[in-house]
Design a protein around this ligand. Structure first.
Ligand SMILES: *Cc1c(COP(=O)(O)O)cnc(C)c1O
Length: 381
């Protein structure tokens, strides 16, 4: 067996407490706790007023501590994309998890079945094989009835059965399979979340809602109760509430925000127009080879680039021009005062995959590290 030497900095979290942002080892992710709390409270208040059940997506943060803040503000539980997230959230105190994803292999199904003995677990399915496999694993591991949502593809083009009759057929299969319990529909449209104009997002959300409503009505007419219609993300939640078909929304990114969501046009006065940037990647200037150029110690391994390069917080006219594994190259105005050793804050293009690159988030209050959140279950299913 190979074994790795213990990481030198693994026990170093204690020493971080109280450190100023200029003192921490970079690259590192910091979360402005005050802004995070305001985002959580804002969307919780909005959901209460809109009469929506709120089930935030935990794939964004993968941190039980943040899930706990969301549940304390009234979230009914969390969504998870991987079984590892579900296990981490349950262990961290979330009483109710929804797997918004298809788990099909025996190992993962066994873990879900075991998890369902201690917390309420709901799982998505989109085909007969998935249903049969889940039922078999639940029976074998003596699970209590597991809630099941039939996932429909209502515009997202990812997993999901076609809406209407095919989804009804699956609902019937679930209802007949012990020990499963048919609870309703999952109708998430990921493609709609980043359409820039509010009107375009509303239009896409309306198409999704129509397909979900038709499917729900067909299922109810066939004599099955369809108690939950779940879906929606940060981009469409406002429209989803107005449309009134989805009754349980699952936004994730609103806790942190990112450049991609920052570029959306929001309905003025809505809770989502007020979302603040709470997540930053700290990097250090390691070189200033020219007056108009700096090089920082964070590149592809510190920030996700799938939604474009990061921006420099608070520095106008800085332009990201290149990256490699451990470097970022940024053009700055010649009068920019930064020198080698200075710490800068990057705003990532896409928050979820950025977080997944890091083992921990530094929780920051008043410019100092007040806590360390472990990014549980990152990179694993
Ligand atoms: C990612 C995801 C969400 C949350 O989306 P955001 O854009 O981060 O708000 C909700 N539901 C499902 C199924 C997802 O995959």
């Amino acid at each position: 067996m190979w074994s790795s030497p213990a990481r030198e900095d693994a026990a170093g979290d204690e020493g971080l407490l109280g450190a100023g942002l200029g003192e921490v080892a970079t690259p590192a992710v910091v979360v402005d706790i005050a802004a995070l709390r305001r985002n959580i409270a804002r969307v919780a208040r909005w959901a209460r007023q809109a009469g929506m059940r709120l089930r935030p997506h935990a794939k964004t943060h993968k941190c039980p501590e943040i899930a706990r803040l969301q549940v304390e503000e009234g979230a009914v539980g969390v969504c998870c994309q991987t079984v590892a997230e579900a296990e981490a959230m349950a262990a961290g105190g979330s009483p109710d998890v929804l797997m918004t994803n298809e788990a099909v292999d025996e190992g993962r199904l066994a873990r879900l079945a075991r998890l369902s003995r201690s917390v309420a677990v709901t799982v998505c399915v989109d085909g007969p094989q998935g249903i049969a496999r889940l039922a078999k694993a639940a029976a074998r591991h003596g699970a209590p009835p597991i809630g099941v949502l039939v996932e429909i593809d209502a515009g997202g083009g990812r997993c999901g059965a076609p809406p209407g009759e095919p989804a009804l057929a699956l609902a019937r299969l679930v209802a007949a399979a012990r020990p499963l319990r048919f609870d309703g529909l999952q109708a998430y449209n990921g493609k709609a979340q980043h359409l820039r104009s509010a009107a375009a997002r509303r239009q896409a959300a309306a198409e999704t809602a129509l397909a979900a409503a038709r499917t729900r009505d067909l299922i109810v007419a066939a004599g099955l109760p369809c108690e939950r219609v779940c879906g929606g993300g940060t981009g469409t939640a406002h429209a989803d509430a107005e449309l009134g078909v989805i009754d349980e929304v699952q936004p994730g990114s609103y806790v942190f925000n990112d450049l991609d969501y920052g570029a959306n046009e929001w309905v003025q006065g809505s809770a989502f127009a007020e979302i603040e940037q709470s997540l930053f990647v700290l990097v250090r200037i390691v070189s200033r080879p020219r007056p108009d150029r700096i090089v920082v110690d964070g590149g592809l391994k510190a920030v996700a680039f799938d939604s474009g390069p990061p921006a420099l917080a608070g520095i106008d006219r800085a332009r990201w021009v290149g990256e490699s594994d451990e470097h970022g190259i940024i053009e700055v105005p010649a009068r920019f005062a930064g020198v080698v050793g200075d710490v800068l804050r990057l705003v990532p293009g896409h928050c979820d995959p950025t977080v997944n690159l890091h083992a921990r988030l530094l929780a920051c209050e008043g410019g100092r590290v007040a806590g360390v959140f472990s990014v549980c279950a990152r990179g694993s299913w």
